[in-house]
Design a protein around this ligand. Structure first.
Ligand SMILES: Nc1ncnc2c1ncn2[C@@H]1O[C@H](COP(=O)(O)OP(=O)(O)OP(=O)(O)O)[C@@H](O)[C@H]1O
Length: 770
């Protein structure tokens, strides 16, 4: 500021004592509130007497700020309307006008800071009330009662991780940023040359200079377009790569999670993170970062040009900046919360749709289509309600951010016009300044928009990063690959409860020993813990205590890939994938799995052993036949035989059969059972027995009830014991006999006759009807 302005500034300040006193009052109240809050922050206690005072004082600050702002505005309007040259820039005492602007700037800044403080406190209070009413957003994985501090920590971790993931494309981003800076510079030159052209045409009438400047204008416009395109294209490339990286990292993290995680997490939520949120993260973060960087460089370069054109008018432009920043901050915080809640509601809707569409036959069989639609509608209503709030918030935000820049334009025209009239600024320079100022306003406006959507994107990113960084709750596996793996299975004093139901102990100190080559059948009442044993052997879960061993080594000490080649599982409902039969048989032993894939002959041999080759060959496309989503294009028996071929192709040492034939009809069952019998001859087998024929073939039978091995021995020995097993057999026999008399002549009857002939008391099904 020129030194000669100081006396005027003094005069202005003394003649506008009311404004200064008001500012002083505001600052005093603000300081008092700050001091009070600072002194009482250690005492805490929301809802206490302190908090009442706190609120009261804050209202005082608000009241003084608003009154001050209104008075200041009234004063400015009065001075402008009076048209007094002594206080207007460009008049005989033009610098007094400058002093007025300076005073207004100081007051506005003080007011803005006070309001910023108030707004932050209000947000704090709002947040506190939401927590008090239990409305806090529950993170997908984080603790429900997560504090603000840990949330902030989580969010900064999110930003750091995204920055790290984007850093791989550092060179691309650097070139994009440089192109953006050049484009911003060229863009700022457009108004500059426009002003010059107006002066050359209207005042100086220099034709040559006029045409040269026009050419320069066209050139910079072209440069601006080219570099903007380059920046946009490069950012899109970087962000597409970020999207793929985020998705892949998340998918890998999801694949590494323990089964217990999926027991307690809704799969719809997880899929929504993987599909919608990853796209939001990359698209929003990428787009917004791109725009934010562009706007920031624009602001910087435009300001330089504006200061060069007229530093006085630049100061006026800046009077409104703190207000815009404040609005952006409040809106950003509000919008962020809203965006998080919108994502959560959308995930809930996805869960419902997926659950229903994933089991369409059950929905149709139960005539539950209407209630399914109602459940989906309910979720969408909640989502819609939140979207409406978001829309209203956005509308208010837009109204403010459009109105403020226009008011500033009017102010600039008022003061700039006086400067032109006083001959202290050329009309071209004023036009140039106006264009620059408009560009600046739109850059600020864009930054405001970007700020809020960036906040939304970070909200979505939080949940993605939460999943990416989640550590599985079972220890990492070892790398043991013994050359001579015999297939001895042992469970020692195993105590186990599912993570989803830790209060119920499923296995209570269970001991089990299977020698290499043995076929052991597990029978017992439903819920006794048979399948849980298989899940522990598969290391889906960890026992609470005790150990699960193969050949004397803990199951966790083996290299999991190596072990999965040697321990094969055929479950009751095998899952096939939407790929060819061939690839379904090779599932898990393909090139990408880091294995030497089986040869075509191996696959066909496995299919033959599984009684699957003939039906596969009879299909028009043979082994290349698509199985459909979850194997829907295959019958139950076909699926089961493909699953057996999948187990066989590994040439397993240990075979786990979890009621592998229970879901089949009699004909399919006998074909599948034949295949299984062949398989059992080659491996150590643990079979959860369902059919009598399987139990007959077992070397030993273990009766599992209430989480322990209650009885052990051969079929005959156990019958003689007259314990749980013989009771199971007797009850089953009664049932089988009655069903046989009801369905005389069908396969059940023939089975019953067979059972009666053999032992006079053998079970049809020993596992499911207790
Ligand atoms: N993922 C799970 N989360 C929580 N509890 C489970 C889970 N799976 C099974 N359970 C519970 O564990 C207990 C033992 O189940 P398990 O499946 O091992 O019994 P089972 O003897 O195989 O029964 P069935 O013969 O009916 O298959 C049951 O009470 C069951 O409700």
């Amino acid at each position: 500021m020129p030194v000669r302005a100081w006396p005027h500034l003094y005069r202005y300040n003394t003649s506008n004592l009311d404004i200064w006193l008001l500012s002083l009052l505001r600052c005093t109240v603000l300081a008092a509130v700050c001091l009070y809050v600072w002194r009482n922050s250690a005492k805490g206690g929301h809802g206490s007497r302190h908090e009442k005072w706190h609120r009261w004082l804050r209202r005082c600050v608000q009241a003084t700020c608003i009154t001050g702002q209104v008075l200041l505005l009234a004063k400015a309007v009065a001075v402008a309307l009076a048209g007094n040259d002594n206080v207007m820039p460009g008049g005989p005492a033009g610098d007094v006008g400058l002093a007025f602007i300076f005073g207004a700037l100081c007051t506005s800044l003080a007011a803005s800071f006070a309001e910023l403080y108030t707004a932050v406190s209000l947000l704090d209070e709002w947040q506190h009330q939401r927590h008090a009413h239990g409305e806090a957003d529950e993170p997908l994985l984080g603790a429900p009662g997560e504090t603000e501090k840990s949330k902030a920590k989580r969010q900064s971790r999110t930003v750091r991780l995204l920055a790290r993931m984007s850093a791989i494309d550092g060179p691309v981003l650097f070139v994009a940023f440089t192109a953006g800076a050049v484009a911003a510079f060229a863009q700022a030159l457009v108004p500059y040359f426009t002003g010059q052209i107006i002066d050359l045409a209207a005042i100086e009438s220099d034709r040559h200079a006029f045409y040269v400047t026009i050419a320069k204008l066209v050139l910079v416009s072209f440069a601006c377009a080219v570099f903007s395109g380059l920046r946009g294209g490069l950012f899109t490339v970087a962000m597409t790569r970020l999207n793929i990286r985020v998705r892949m990292t998340l998918f890998r993290s999801l694949l590494s999670q323990e089964v217990g995680f999926y027991d307690t997490t809704k799969i719809g939520d997880v899929i929504s993170r993987l599909s919608a949120d990853t796209t939001t993260v990359a698209a929003q973060v990428g787009l917004n970062l791109n725009v934010a960087l562009r706007s920031l460089t624009q602001v910087f370069i435009l300001l330089l040009f504006m200061l060069k054109a007229s530093w006085r008018l630049t100061i006026i432009t800046f009077v409104a900046v703190p207000i815009i920043v404040l609005i952006c901050k409040i809106y950003g915080a509000f919008y962020r919360k809203l965006a998080e809640r919108v994502q959560t509601e959308l995930a809930a809707a996805n869960t419902v749709s997926e659950e229903m569409l994933g089991s369409m036959t059950t929905v149709l069989a139960h005539g539950a289509a209407d209630s399914a639609a109602a459940a989906y509608q309910q979720c969408l209503n909640k989502y819609n309600k939140l979207q409406m709030t978001e829309a209203v918030a956005y509308a208010f935000y837009t109204i403010t951010t459009i109105f403020l820049p226009n008011t500033i334009s009017a102010m600039i025209l008022l003061f700039g016009g006086h400067l032109v009239l006083a001959g202290r600024m050329s009309p071209g320079a004023l036009v140039s300044f106006m264009l620059l100022q408009q560009s600046l306003s739109s850059a600020f406006q864009t930054m405001g928009d970007v700020f809020s959507s960036l906040a939304g994107a970070v909200g979505a990113a939080d949940k993605v990063v939460e999943l990416i960084t989640r550590q599985p709750k079972i220890p990492p596996p070892g790398g043991l690959q013994p050359a001579n793996f015999q297939g001895r299975v042992e469970l020692r004093d195993v105590v186990f409860a599912y993570p989803a139901r830790p209060e119920i102990t499923v296995l209570k100190g269970l001991n089990l020993h299977i020698n290499p080559g043995e076929v052991v059948a597990l029978v017992g009442p439903s819920g006794g813990g048979k399948s849980s044993i298989v899940k522990l052997l598969e290391r889906y879960y960890m026992p609470l205590s005790g150990s699960v061993l193969f050949d004397g080594y803990d199951v966790g000490s083996y290299d999991p890939k190596w072990l999965k080649q040697r321990v094969a599982l055929v479950s009751q409902e095998p899952v096939l994938y939407a790929r060819s039969i061939y690839r379904n048989i090779c599932f898990g032993v393909e090139d990408e799995d880091g294995c030497a894939p089986p040869s075509r002959e191996d696959v066909e041999a496995a299919a033959r052993l599984a009684n699957a080759h003939d039906f596969i060959k009879a299909l028009p496309q043979g082994y290349e036949t698509e199985c459909g989503d979850k194997g829907v294009q295959m019958s139950g028996g076909q699926k089961q035989r493909i699953a057996i071929a999948r187990a066989l192709v590994r040439r397993p040492t240990i075979l786990l059969l979890d009621e592998a034939t229970s879901a089949l009809d009699a004909e399919s069952e006998s074909i599948v059972q034949e295949a299984l019998d062949r398989l059992m001859l080659r491996c150590t087998t643990l079979v959860i027995a369902h059919r009598l024929s399987t139990i007959q073939n077992a070397t030993r039978i273990l009766v599992i009830t209430k989480g322990i091995v209650a009885e052990e021995g051969s079929h005959e020995a156990l019958l003689e014991q007259r314990g749980i097993y013989s009771q199971l057999v007797r009850r089953q026999m009664q049932k089988t006999t009655s069903s046989a008399s009801l369905a005389r002549g069908d396969s059940e009857l023939s089975f019953s006759r067979f059972a009666l002939q053999r032992t006079a008391s053998e079970p049809r099904n020993l596992g499911t009807d207790q």
